[in-house]
Ligand binder design. Structure first.
Ligand SMILES: *Cc1c(COP(=O)(O)O)cnc(C)c1O
Ligand SMILES: [Zn+2]
Length: 428
């Protein structure tokens, strides 16, 4: 592990119920700090908790009376108890849309298909959830600059959250991202650096920067703050269950980039069960990738435990991570729950974007097109049961990836401003 100049002790760190970090591989415990890999086995670290126990009714009431954002779940997150009063973007509590029109089109029973629409977050992607956790850790550890390696959405989420919370920000992206993502990341006034390379190159560069004096005092939300960052995705699981009346859905379809979101949604569901907030019932988790970046899907279908890295080539740029850090854990979860990992072509992604827009009035980005495209494919293949409750997660907003649909979503006609011209166009 590279040495960190920010020195903290557990005594001075108040991250609510977070009690320490534990290694996913060997279980070794560490004090809360800006570390992300086990000193013994190099396994990834995750946040371990001392949760309140014994009073699920009381906890449920406390949550239900909380603010309409992720801080209603503060007792289950690595944040101080007074987090809701701090300057932040208050993401979360996005809509769970009952998608009956889409269900009809896909042959799913009425009332059984839902879209969790996370495009409704402050910077229009689910990344606001994870950044909100990482920022509290950054505050606790005394960082003054926020950074990240990003496939696009994260850069915008960090820029916005840093602006609001009074941090300096300097974020890194592949130089060839969509204009919507670039502008969205730059507009908040922080530094935005394009790297000549793909996301995996950007990520490698950031790891080097952390070990260098040039990166001193920098909190990389998805690198040295990754254990805290990841916990933000648990709030998707919490919200989905609460919005379904404190019930775990039978099937959830989740996009995979690094795989963090998928693994933490599973962690969130397990916590709700342990705390007695939901009934312990079986659920299946399905992972979605684009064919042009499908390392986890390929491993799943081949029955492999090892995820072999790929060089991404897909329009789903927010999912274009060729060497996903949490890939093996995604495989474990999808296999353990009886789910699957599947991929779709760029053409199927565009079709799915338009299908969701046409049926439910939701304009998703290419990541959402990937997730819905995979859901459709798995319903058709019989892997997703159309008689059971299914939640498809829409993680981002179509306004950031206009190029994907622009060639096939234009004006029906251009006419002169008179009725004859309108009739001639055949639209009356
Ligand atoms: C980052 C991102 C994901 C998935 O991220 P993970 O690294 O797998 O947690 C999904 N959708 C969108 C739009 C994203 O920006
Ligand atoms: Zn370990």
């Amino acid at each position: 592990m590279a040495s960190q100049t920010v020195v903290t002790t557990t005594d001075t760190v108040d991250l609510g119920p977070a009690a320490g970090l534990s290694c996913r591989e060997c279980g070794e415990r560490f004090a809360l700090g800006p570390i992300f890999a086990c000193e013994i086995c190099f396994g990834p670290l995750e946040v371990a908790y001392d949760f309140p126990s014994g009073d699920p009714e009381g906890l449920r009431k406390q949550i239900e009376n909380g603010p309409e954002n992720i801080w209603r779940y503060a007792p289950l997150l690595p944040v101080p108890a007074d987090v809701a009063g701090k300057p932040n973007l208050n993401p979360g509590w996005t809509k769970l849309v009952q998608a009956d029109n889409l269900a009809r089109e896909l042959g799913v029973e009425t009332g059984k298909l839902y879209v969790k629409d996370d495009s409704g977050n402050p910077t229009h992607s689910f990344k606001d959830r994870v950044v909100a956790q990482a920022i509290e850790a950054a505050r606790a550890f005394g960082f003054t600059t926020l950074s990240c390696s990003s496939t696009g959405n994260l850069a915008g989420a960090v820029g916005a959250a840093a602006a609001r919370a009074g941090f300096r920000s300097c974020v890194f992206i592949p130089h060839d991202l969509e204009q919507g993502k670039v502008v969205m990341a730059a507009v908040y006034g922080g530094e935005l650096v394009g790297i000549e390379g793909n996301y995996d190159d950007v990520n490698r560069f950031c790891s080097e920067l952390i070990g260098d004096p040039a990166g001193e005092g920098w909190g990389f939300v998805n690198v040295n703050l990754r254990p805290y960052y990841g916990e933000g995705s648990k709030t998707l699981a919490y919200e989905i269950c609460e919005q379904l009346g404190w019930r775990i859905p039978d099937q959830i379809v989740i996009p995979i980039a690094s795989g963090s979101q998928l693994t933490k949604i599973d962690k969130g569901l397990q916590e709700l069960i342990k705390l007695g907030l939901v009934e312990d019932r079986p659920y299946k988790i399905f992972g979605a990738q684009a064919e042009g970046c499908s390392p986890v899907s390929v491993a799943f279908k081949a029955g492999h435990d090892v995820v072999r890295p790929q060089k991404p080539d897909t329009i789903a740029k927010s999912l274009a991570i060729g060497n996903p850090a949490d890939g093996p854990y995604v495989l474990d979860i999808c296999r353990r729950t009886g789910g699957a990992v599947e991929d779709v072509t760029d053409e199927q992604i565009v079709d799915a974007i338009k299908l969701l827009a046409r049926t439910e009035g939701i304009f998703t980005e290419t990541a959402g097109g990937t997730t819905l495209g995979v859901a459709k494919k798995l319903i058709e293949a019989g892997a997703i049961d159309p008689s059971l409750t299914t939640v498809v997660i829409n993680t981002g907003d179509g306004l950031k990836t206009l190029d994907a649909v622009a060639p096939t979503a234009g004006m029906s006609a251009v006419i002169r401003p008179n009725l004859d011209s309108f009739r001639e166009a055949g639209l009356a």
